[in-house]
Design a binder for this molecule. Sequence first.
Ligand SMILES: NC(=O)c1ccc[n+]([C@@H]2O[C@H](COP(=O)([O-])OP(=O)(O)OC[C@H]3O[C@@H](n4cnc5c(N)ncnc54)[C@H](OP(=O)(O)O)[C@@H]3O)[C@@H](O)[C@H]2O)c1
Length: 292
Amino acid sequence: MTTTRNDTGHLTTPHLAHHPFLVLGGTGKTGRRVVSRLRERGYAVRAASRNGTTRFDWADRSTWEPALEGVWAAYLVDSLTADAGELMTDFAKLAAQSGVERLVLLSHRDWVPAQGEEKLPCERAVRESGAEWTLLKPAWFAQNFDEEAFWLEQVLDGALVMSTGDGVEPFVDAEDIADVAVAALTEDGHAGESYELTGPRLLSLAQVAEEIARATGRPLVHRAVPAGEFTDYALGQGLPADFVGLLEMLFGWIAENRFATLADGVQRALGREPRDFAAYARATADSGIWEG
Ligand SMILES: NC(=O)c1ccc[n+]([C@@H]2O[C@H](COP(=O)([O-])OP(=O)(O)OC[C@H]3O[C@@H](n4cnc5c(N)ncnc54)[C@H](OP(=O)(O)O)[C@@H]3O)[C@@H](O)[C@H]2O)c1
């Protein structure tokens, strides 16, 4: 195989130009960015999801094989359902059988085993697929504040209502996640790596509100509420009960400072520092989405 060395010293594989990349969650926060980066580099890409240009539905297995045809490397975003591990196990096996040689899985930072087993089966599925694999294990995405309708509305209403107390989280930029994903998909040297991806700073939700307010010039505060009050508020906003339960649990973990550590995955994968939340806030404010 002919390879070339890029700026970060990793080898790239030009022959990939002859194979389409498969990107699951191709309309989502990271998948969309992975698709556009690959296309900018001239690669053929299948942006796959229920509403993507390539139709792919975790709940409809007849969509799996056509999506995989001729693919050499795939970016995997799970189904976000209780059976995600089983589905990922079957899909990763099918991918390897179909000739996919490289899998990059979007996972999550490690959750304590008693409460957080759900991502592990997806990771295991990819590690045991027989294909070369890379795991991306990100913190909370900065982009939740403009690309998730519930958070966006809170920004527009001037108050982040979250039961996160004074806890801190190292929010990571989806642009960085996409850069790491593209590196892992297109370069040699990332196989068998598990990249924990965080931003460069730990931020409380009060600090997040300050950063966004500074960028927009409009007031925004964090209204720290007890868990029960958050549940009532979120249900009142029309969020589904199971999603509210999940959020309450995740917010509780932020309140406990469970993930209050920085990781070096962006530096290891890309040889540069991750983007700061303030840069995300400025760019998003400039896009006008927080003007309402
Ligand atoms: N958001 C965060 O802060 C965060 C932090 C750490 C880890 N993660 C992990 O990142 C992953 C993505 O989460 P996200 O919330 O950011 O979502 P997202 O990627 O923004 O959106 C979900 C994507 O999955 C697709 N999808 C949903 N149901 C599908 C189905 N049945 N079949 C095929 N595709 C389907 C959606 O497209 P269609 O609607 O077009 O199907 C969309 O492209 C999850 O595994 C999550 O645990 C997220």
